[in-house]
Design a protein around this ligand. Structure first.
Ligand code: SF4
Length: 247
């Protein structure tokens, strides 16, 4: 069992929480171990699954009970505005186009906005910040960068892997249920529903089990000329493929 961290005067202890399995497990464990937390910070892209918002609502009374401040950060401009309407200068030629289009892969403009918002929130505290981040014990490729940025990784101290985190949350009564489907049964990662990083298996599962989100993806594809997963893999082409061949 890890030792309590000493609470240092003049420091702010914040936990960055997405309400996915890893960050939620970290938060529940920190609370269980009576670690000091001043604020839980949630960055809301506006494109989260409903189950994420429901999970947040499930956690809020617990934060209240422990006198933990809850802070929601949002993008400066709405996600959909940046995706579809914002005037954007071409990189390598003259002129403009509208909207950054899909977010994910090498073009993660939503992540950039998130990091900026969190950074400026931390700056606004005018204090030294201890930033708890939910990177699991089996995500070693992410340790180095996070540690260089001075983040604290409690799940590594607790030796909790990604699957430990999921089971821990299930045991505590969190299941990310979307109309009878547990999101972690059909998705590898629960991120924005429109994230381009989703793999074909996840997309098939969205098509098959989460039709509301599939329809939303179709609406976006109608407004974005670039195919979601590259040439021959627009949402509509994927739908044809899934209908014909399955996943
Ligand atoms: S989860 Fe995906 S879509 Fe959402 S901000 Fe991150 S990269 Fe962009």
């Amino acid at each position: 069992m890890p030792q309590f961290r000493l609470v240092v005067a003049g420091m702010k202890y914040i936990a960055s929480i997405s309400f996915g399995k890893d960050s939620l497990a970290m938060l529940l464990k920190l609370i269980e171990n009576q670690e000091h937390i001043d604020s839980v910070v949630f960055y809301d892209t506006g494109m989260e699954f409903d189950a994420i918002y429901k999970t947040r609502d499930q956690v809020l009374p617990l934060l209240d009970y422990h006198n933990i401040n809850f802070v929601t950060l949002r993008p400066k401009e709405p996600f959909l505005y940046s995706m579809l309407e914002r005037k954007v200068k071409y990189r390598n030629k003259d002129g403009f186009h509208y909207g950054y289009e899909w977010c994910g892969g090498s073009c993660r403009w939503g992540t950039t906005a998130k990091l900026r918002a969190i950074q400026s929130y931390k700056k606004s505290l005018n204090d030294y910040v201890v930033d708890y981040v939910g990177i699991a014990a089996d995500e070693s490729s992410r340790f180095c960068k996070a540690q260089q940025e001075g983040k604290i990784l409690p799940l590594v101290d607790y030796n909790m892997t990604e699957s430990d985190c999921l089971q821990f949350c299930y045991d505590k009564g969190y299941s990310w249920n979307e109309n009878g489907v547990r999101l972690y049964d059909v998705l590898d990662r629960v991120s924005c529903w429109c994230c381009r990083n989703k793999n074909l298996k996840e997309l098939y599962n969205i098509y098959r089990y989460l039709p509301t989100y599939w329809n939303k993806l179709k609406e976006l594809q109608l407004q974005i000329s670039t195919p979601f997963k590259g040439n021959g893999k627009s949402i509509f082409e994927l739908e044809e493929r899934f209908k014909t061949y399955g996943g």
